[in-house]
Design a protein around this ligand. Structure first.
Ligand SMILES: CC(C)(COP(=O)(O)OP(=O)(O)OC[C@H]1O[C@@H](n2cnc3c(N)ncnc32)[C@H](O)[C@@H]1OP(=O)(O)O)[C@@H](O)C(=O)NCCC(=O)NCCS
Length: 73
């Protein structure tokens, strides 16, 4: 599993999220993982753009159901 990933508001849009995601995926590859799965994805376009991610059909709510706190919840 990769993510969830978050970058502070003030630091967004400068490539920090992409650098974090790529570093994580390279580490996982070095550890022998052939695939990574992201659960509880808040920004699917980011994962598509940076890592070529594709959606797993009918996978919601996914493995983190009930485990994540979103914003003001
Ligand atoms: C999503 C998030 C991690 C991106 O971090 P960031 O540092 O701003 O992203 P980057 O600047 O590295 O962007 C990398 C690329 O992804 C694109 N991108 C960033 N956020 C995106 C979004 N929400 N949807 C689509 N594309 C996005 C950027 O345009 C950039 O594209 P480029 O290569 O053409 O320039 C950040 O906006 C965030 O913390 N969001 C709130 C939490 C969240 O939704 N996390 C995802 C849950 S798993």
């Amino acid at each position: 599993m990769v993510g969830p990933i978050g970058v502070a508001d003030a630091a967004r849009g400068r490539g920090v999220g992409a650098a974090l995601l790529r570093a994580c995926l390279h580490d996982m590859h070095a550890a022998g993982y052939a695939y990574a799965v992201a659960g509880g994805v808040g920004a699917p376009g980011f994962f598509r753009r940076v890592a070529g991610a594709v959606e797993i059909a009918d996978s919601s709510p996914g493995p983190y159901a009930g485990m994540l706190r979103h914003g003001h919840d």
